[in-house]
Every structure is written in structure tokens, then in C-alpha cells.
Design a protein around this ligand. Structure first.
Ligand SMILES: [Zn+2]
Ligand SMILES: [Zn+2]
Length: 309
């Protein structure tokens, strides 16, 4: 793999392939999470909140602006300063981030902050639903058809900083758990998981459909087994565990966002349908308490849990 080609190569990618290339990075996820949760908008804000190096932060913010997720906005504070505002496209990632939080709360066994639903006043405990029939939706009751050109391969070489843990920094209440970071914070991992949702089971099939180096694939499969996302079967196949299958909630929003927001060649899309009602994928987060769809402006996280105990 040459690692060159940049824009030209990217234009050939399916929308999902592009989304994985943009979002499959732990720093990007943390930058976005802080933007939504803590309303951080400035370079200094992220640097202080994340303990991230200035060069890495500058690169990630530049890329997020190029991909139309943030826009630079000037304001006066004695002199002209700039802040990064989420665009409409960026704001649309809200549901994806809530889905990650929801999966972690259900499966990572951590005391995460509740997400309060303003409409009913209850802890929403969101679950994935179908926007058409409003019934729950899982990986098992969806059907996926790949377009003739649908491919996740050629997503470009992974970033070199993958899977580094900040030494000496304790995870705080809003940090992602290691499992989500390993699944989503690395583009090859996310790609392997996406292929599993599409029914890929065997090493050779992952390898041929993704064009992934055997050593990289071996490493990701081993980690997914350790993380209880995949189950290694005696026949050599890898099956999603219940924990892995539940990650479909996150995957559904990734696919939905990618295919709505990112231009891609014709024939490269995935057509996912909700089998019980036959409607095309239209994921929504539903409130466990009142069963209504959650909207961005109608929920809030309770972040002061530690302070109130
Ligand atoms: Zn439905
Ligand atoms: Zn509610």
C-alpha cells in the first residue's frame, strides 16, 4: 500500500469507508465528545481538557475543518480570535456519540452519567429504534445488501499513533472506555467490525474483502476476542458475541451519517432494511422511559454526579 493518492483515492471510497477514515481515530472522537458535552470550541480548551500535543491537535482540527465537521469562526476578544463551531454535518454526529455512551453504559460496566430526557424528566437509557415503525432495532432484525462497488478496503494506512494510552492520566467520568476506543478509535478495528456486521466470519474472507495485512488482521481479531466482541470458534471462524452485536447501535448511526453526509460513487452504498417493517435504515434513539425519539436539544447529560454524592 503506497499511502499516497490522498484526495483521488478518497473520492473512490464508499461513504462508510470515508467515515471510518475520518472518525476512526481516538483523538477525533475525544475532540468531538468534548465539543458536544463540554461545549469546547477553542484550541486551548481541547489542549487543556485532553492533554493532547499541540501538533496532533492542530492536525486533527485541520482535518475536521476540511471534512466540514467544524468551521472556523472569528470573534473579537480584544483582538480577533478563532473558535471551532460544529457545522450542521458535525452536529449530526450527536446521535453517534450518544450511541457510544449508551453502549458503554450497557456493556462496559462503568458508572456513566445519566442522559436526562427533558420531555419526560427521566433517565433516557437510549436504545436503538427504527424511525419508521418506532420499534426496537438490532443487528439480528436488519437485512443488508451491498451495492456492487461497496467496499471498505483501501481505507488508507492506519495512523501511526494508534492504541497509545496516555501515561499517568486516570480516565475521568466522560472518558471513553478502552473497549470503545479500541473498536472505534482505530480505523482498521472499525473496518473489521463493519465487515463482521456484514456477515464476514473467516480470516481469509476478512483479508480478501478488506485488503488488510495478515499481521494487522491477526492483531485486531485477537484483541476483539480479548475484549469479548468476537468469539473464536473451533472451526476457525469469528462470531460476534452479544456485546459485539450490541455495537450495531453505534454502527447504524455511523452508516446513516456517512451515507447522508458524504458524497460517494454510485453503487457503493449499503442498503440496510429493518426486516419487521421493511423500511430503509433510519436509526433513532428511543427513550426507555417514554418510548419517544430523543432529539439533541431535548436531552442533557448530568455531569456533576461526582460532586453531588
Ligand atoms: Zn421498522
Ligand atoms: Zn423520555
Amino acid at each position: 500500500m503506497s499511502g499516497t493518492g490522498g484526495q483521488a483515492a478518497r473520492a473512490e471510497l464508499s461513504a462508510i469507508g470515508q467515515a471510518l477514515a475520518i472518525l476512526g481515530d481516538r483523538w477525533v472522537l475525544l475532540i468531538l465528545q468534548r465539543a458536544f458535552l463540554l461545549r469546547i470550541r477553542t484550541f486551548a480548551g481541547w489542549r487543556g481538557s485532553l492533554g493532547i500535543s499541540e501538533s496532533v491537535l492542530a492536525t486533527r482540527l485541520k482535518e475536521l475543518v476540511e471534512h466540514g465537521i467544524f468551521e472556523l469562526s472569528a470573534y473579537r476578544d480584544g483582538r480577533t480570535r478563532y473558535e471551532y463551531r460544529l457545522t450542521e454535518r458535525g452536529l449530526e454526529l450527536w446521535a453517534l456519540l450518544v450511541a457510544i455512551h449508551s453502549w458503554e453504559r450497557d456493556w462496559a460496566d462503568r458508572g456513566l452519567s445519566p442522559l436526562m430526557h427533558n420531555l419526560c424528566g427521566e433517565d433516557a437509557r437510549p436504545y436503538l429504534g427504527c424511525g419508521t415503525c418506532r420499534e426496537p432495532m438490532s443487528a439480528r432484525d436488519t437485512h443488508t445488501e451491498q451495492g456492487p462497488l461497496a467496499t471498505f478496503s483501501r481505507i488508507g494506512p492506519p495512523r501511526r499513533h494508534r492504541r497509545t494510552v496516555r501515561p499517568g492520566v486516570e480516565p475521568d467520568l466522560i472518558d471513553y472506555c478502552p473497549a470503545s476506543m479500541e473498536i472505534l478509535g482505530d480505523r482498521w478495528s472499525t473496518t473489521v467490525l463493519a465487515a463482521a456486521f456484514l456477515g464476514t466470519r473467516r480470516f481469509v474472507d476478512f483479508q480478501s474483502s478488506l485488503g488488510i495485512a495478515p499481521s494487522v488482521l491477526t492483531d485486531r481479531l485477537r484483541r476483539f476476542v480479548e475484549l469479548d466482541v468476537f468469539d473464536a470458534r473451533p472451526d476457525g471462524s469469528y462470531r460476534l458475541t452479544d456485546r459485539g452485536l450490541a455495537f450495531f447501535e453505534v454502527f447504524a448511526f455511523l452508516v446513516d451519517w456517512a451515507q447522508r453526509e458524504l458524497p460517494a460513487p454510485e453503487g457503493s452504498a449499503l442498503a440496510i432494511t429493518h426486516k419487521p417493517c421493511g423500511a430503509a435504515l433510519d436509526p433513532v434513539l428511543l427513550c426507555t422511559a417514554c418510548a419517544q425519539p430523543l432529539r439533541r436539544r431535548e436531552v442533557h447529560f448530568v455531569l456533576d454526579r461526582q460532586g453531588t454524592q
